[in-house]
Design a protein around this ligand. Sequence first.
Ligand code: NAP
Length: 468
Amino acid sequence: MVIATVNPATGETLKSFGAMGPEEVERRLAAAQVAFGTYRTTGFDQRARLVLRAADLLDGDREDIARTMTLEMGKPVAAARAEAAKCAKALRWYAEHAPALLADEEPDPDDVHDSGADRARVHYRPLGAVLAVMPWNFPLWQVVRFAAPALMAGNVALLKHASNVPQTALYLEDLFRRAGFPDGCFQTLLIGSDGVERVLRDPRVAAATLTGSEPAGRSVAAICGDEIKKTVLELGGSDPFLVLASADVERAARTAVTARVQNNGQSCIAAKRFIVHTDVYDAFAEQFTAGMRELTVGDPLLEGTDVGPLASEQGRADLEELVEDAVRKGATALCGGRRPDGLDRGWFYLPTVLAGITADMRIHREEAFGPVATLYRVRDAGEAVTVANDTPFGLSSNVWTRDPAEVDRCVRDLQAGGVFFNGMTASHPAFPFGGVKRSGYGRELSGHGIREFCNVTTVWHGAEPSAD
Ligand code: NAP
């Protein structure tokens, strides 16, 4: 895999990088080990000062790093700015909350006594160097939502970023260095995916987190299983968006457009399957399709652009195959279903709504990583939940309803790591993020995320013999 910035809006290679050789990777693994030796002994105050400094620097760099992200992977520049701002917020959130999230826990005194102890506590200690294998779609956010808790917990980080976002990867290393983190605390490894196994098997690497596709997750989990190393996997999603009979259809249709095309349709938590009660189906389909048709597709560096290109030529080819398969088997494109006119140089694809989806179509089971929505008509809430769960994935879900009984039923029955009512799924530092089924395991963000890479340690003191 070539490590290079290739502008998806033009197909032009802007900058290429050689992969780091074995000596350089070795130097960085050694630096991580040395850094962990002292960084793990620092207090929360010191870590928080460094993390807060990184947040301030990132705020100052916002315009430049937003442009870099847009040039590397094609997201509209306004969304890139918002991503940078969100990262600064997450850094500040963990700087503030980590001490409470990782405070020692005092077991119930009765249990302490019952165990024969004089006193006992639970401590959260860091694990060591964590390898983060990250995707290109939110090139800053995916890394920061791992790094902020990992660094506040006292771990050190090694980043293997996607090969098409090397400048963002190098920017992140530079950001943490400028913030004052000691050498070796946050390092970028410019290596291809074929270089990951060697790093995972290195005894100086304690654990790994991967955000990306199922095959990548399977490979990293298998190697770490073999090495008995902790992993967190954040994989694909095909989130359902249920519009039930009592829904505010206008608001649901408006939100559905954003939920589907955010990040040019390349978000794991984008709503991808729109499952609509028959009573409101026609109104929803009409309004949603109109909204998708009105979007401005074009140069992501222009402020007025809603949808930029897909990040790679292969990504667009994969999406086209899914749409062609569905149409061949009887689906109807209510809008889009093809490349836009006059944008021949980049990897653009029109926002698309497909109706008449059946179970034999690939798009029914596979993730559509681009601005393509599928529409389903259902008879009632029960059928909606059945269709929603008929997928290998289980990342998040959206439900539009004003009926409390339907709310309870969806919370109980939807197989997903999140259920968002009357609004679209979004991540926030305070809420756990992650999935079930083929969407992975473990959680990022919140207290759950920061504790994933901790050694949860029981500290038990036997009763002192009495003086007499
Ligand atoms: P990808 O091909 O799996 O790449 C993700 C990262 O894994 C890259 O750094 C890639 O390196 C590396 N990689 C690929 N194959 C590997 C292997 N066999 N062993 C080790 N590392 C490997 O995924 P993508 O196409 O870039 O990203 C899209 C996918 O990520 C979608 O399925 C999306 O839903 C998912 N995603 C999930 C979340 C979540 O939080 N659940 C968030 C964002 C994206 P190279 O670039 O060098 O190949």
